[in-house]
Design a protein around this ligand. Structure first.
Ligand code: ADP
Ligand code: MG
Length: 366
């Protein structure tokens, strides 16, 4: 049997401070932390005015910083190339890589000067758990003194306008406004959000996040194609006359929007089997009607269900990334072993398993 374990969430507060101190010779004056996230239900509907239901998870990005009076920016991040430059470099062009995210966040902040800044993180990068929003929100939380609510629009702008990555705003909103034990229901027609109690632990259940390790390919055009197909389908005057691919996209969007309501109703009435069934139905719709799943995600979902999960689905844009399963706690270990075996049998790399307990918002720690 393949040996696979949960990756326990670590607290890196001490580490981010001591590495900053070693690097810059003095202790940081500010430290902040922002978590990664998963979306429980409501996938590929944000750009069509639907709703989604994300939570933050106990894996986060820590930022230690000291504000500077001049405009020099010195950035380091564990596992990434250091970067040194000036505040205006993003606007004047030529900044590549992860420094873009930090500069974009700085440019949206109330701080005008430079910064010395160190980053460390337990959020898998590029796995669809929104390490990008965690970084932006942790930087903003560290250097800006406005409230979390007032940082939502700047955080979204940092990623869309500053970095240039299209983002519906779910990631930054939940990273800044999440509450422990609650999911955040975001309505993309009204721009409003409400909290929904999310305490599967009270029923002996937990969310397990499985990172397939397959890189999601938001930038190779697949995501854009799916999006334009769905937009075209939803704009049709007569959905019954659509060609089959557009009809399928239409089916996904309308059924997924309805599933968010069903999911919330089931959560509120404590019908956890119902919650699981809606998750699994969402996966089927994303796989069959929208065509955004992949073999690895399907194997996670099938194996999780066969190992006693109440429900399972891919989460995020698809084509790789993560799946989530709603699992009775006592079956978590068996399920992890079964999924790891299923991957090994196919010659795939062992996936990474993470705890999906609902976490809190981005927080200034120092
Ligand atoms: P995701 O948000 O799903 O993890 P993205 O492609 O949106 O994937 O964002 C990943 C990018 O964000 C990385 O390539 C890097 O530029 C930046 N990033 C995220 N976390 C960190 C980190 N801890 N240190 C440096 N850069 C990071
Ligand atoms: Mg991202």
């Amino acid at each position: 049997m393949t040996h696979a374990q949960l990756t326990a969430p670590q607290d890196l507060t001490d580490e981010v401070m001591s590495v900053f101190t070693d690097t810059h010779g003095t202790a940081p004056t500010r430290v902040a932390r922002a978590a990664g996230r998963v979306n429980l239900i409501g996938e590929h509907v944000d750009y069509l005015g639907g709703t989604c239901l994300p939570i933050t998870i106990p894996y986060a990005t820590w930022v230690a910083a000291t504000l500077r009076e001049d405009d020099v920016v010195r950035l380091t991040s564990a596992g990434h190339e250091p970067w040194t430059g000036r505040r205006g470099d993003l606007v004047s062009g030529g900044v590549e890589g992860w420094a873009r995210y930090v500069l974009a966040a700085l440019n949206e902040s109330t701080h005008d000067g430079g910064v010395d800044l160190h980053v460390t993180s337990t959020v898998p990068v590029g796995a669809g758990l929104s390490s990008s929003a965690a970084l932006i929100c942790a930087v903003l939380r560290a250097v800006d003194d406005r409230s979390d609510h007032d940082l939502v629009a700047p955080a979204i702008r940092a990623e869309t306008d500053g970095v240039g990555v299209p983002s519906g705003g779910m990631d930054q909103t939940v990273s800044l406004l999440a509450t422990v034990g609650q999911a955040l229901r975001l309505n993309f027609s009204t721009g409003r959000h409400v909290q929904v109690p999310w305490l599967p632990g009270t029923a002996g259940l937990q969310v397990l996040v499985v990172d397939t390790g397959v890189q999601h390919a938001n930038d190779d055009g697949a995501f854009a194609r799916v999006r334009s197909r769905s937009e075209e389908a939803m704009a049709a005057k007569d959905p019954t006359a659509l060609p089959s691919d557009l009809a399928a996209a239409h089916r996904h969007v309308t059924s997924e929007i309805a599933r968010v309501d069903e999911f919330v109703d089931a959560v509120v009435s404590g019908d956890w089997r119902g919650v699981g069934a809606v998750m699994t139905a969402s996966h089927g719709s994303l796989r069959d009607d929208l065509g955004v799943s992949c073999p690895e995600l399907d194997v996670v979902v099938e194996t999780a269900l066969a190992s006693g999960a109440l429900g399972a689905r891919m989460t995020g844009g698809g084509f790789g990334g993560c799946a989530i399963a709603l699992v009775p706690r006592e079956l978590t270990e068996t399920l992890i072993a079964a999924v790891a075996d299923a991957f090994a049998e196919r010659g795939w790399n062992t996936p990474r398993f993470l705890i999906g307990d609902a976490e809190g918002p981005a927080t200034r720690l120092l």
